[in-house]
Design a protein around this ligand. Structure first.
Ligand code: ADP
Length: 248
């Protein structure tokens, strides 16, 4: 366990970034239920800050697509909407953040998702001297259900569409490469229910740990507004945290 919020305050993102811009890398942790828009907001932040998005869901799906050892180990659990083992995702994330493109910082999308993952993340990032900020996307349960039931994905480029919020120009076809859209295996109704249950049980409680451990936990209401408006809110908050001079 880390030593707690007060003990870590000297190392806070704000203090160090203000005194020495760009001196420390930053981890932007996007936290929220399935369907809260973490993936969509990650893409906006990538574009803006030019730091990579680390999506554990995408990485795991890539392993399944390749049919490698990790893919074979997680496929059944993912299909059923269950979380995969903590040690496996922890290892995957910590290998990824050592890549050179993560030097200035990175976005964590879909990680951490359990208390054990969160504790491990905070201790590893503290040791590496990486500042941490949590963006909690807060979305009404009914909105989540309607968003997820209309979700389609391009199997080729991974672009997400939604029947209501973000329909493709031609129904059922990817705008970018013309590939027919599909329903992701784990977006089927009974699996969505299981994923939301897992979120309530295992993931939502992690926010309390963040509040006690990380200086910057930012709540963003992501229910009513469209994705661009939500991004503007996130950008406003992040500008303050990062300090104007470090970012565009
Ligand atoms: P969503 O956030 O919409 O549920 P993701 O693409 O992030 O979708 O995750 C899909 C699935 O991948 C999860 O249901 C789970 O099986 C697995 N997964 C992703 N990230 C993690 C994680 N940090 N810990 C455990 N399992 C994970």
């Amino acid at each position: 366990m880390p030593s707690g919020k007060t003990g870590r305050r000297v190392a806070s993102a704000v203090a160090s970034v203000e005194q020495k811009p760009a001196a420390r890398p930053i981890a932007i942790i996007l936290f929220g239920s399935p369907g809260s828009g973490k993936g969509t907001q990650s893409k906006y932040i990538v574009e803006w800050l030019k730091i990579p998005q680390i999506s554990t869901g995408d990485m795991l799906r890539e392993h399944i697509r390749r049919g490698d050892e990790i893919g074979r180990a997680v496929a059944d659990r993912m299909k059923a909407g269950l979380l995969v083992p903590d040690e496996l995702v922890n290892r995957m994330v910590f290998e990824r953040v050592q890549q050179p493109d993560c030097e200035r910082g990175f976005i964590l999308d879909g990680y951490p998702r359990t208390l054990a993952q969160a504790e491990e993340m905070v201790s590893v990032l503290d040791v590496r001297g990486t500042s941490q900020v949590v963006i909690h996307l807060v979305v009404d349960y009914n909105v989540i259900i309607s968003r997820m039931s209309g979700r389609r994905v391009c199997p080729k480029c991974g672009t997400l569409y939604n029947a209501v919020a973000r329909p493709p120009k031609v129904e059922g076809i990817c705008d970018l490469d013309g590939t027919p859209l599909v329903i992701r295996d784990d977006d089927r109704e009974e699996v969505v229910r299981e994923r939301l249950l897992q979120y309530e049980r295992q993931t939502r409680p992690v926010i309390e740990f963040f509040r006690a451990t990380i200086d910057r936990v930012i709540e963003v209401d992501a229910s009513g507004a469209g994705p661009e408006a939500v991004f503007e809110r996130i950008r406003g908050e992040l500008r303050e945290v990062l300090g104007q001079d470090r970012i565009r």
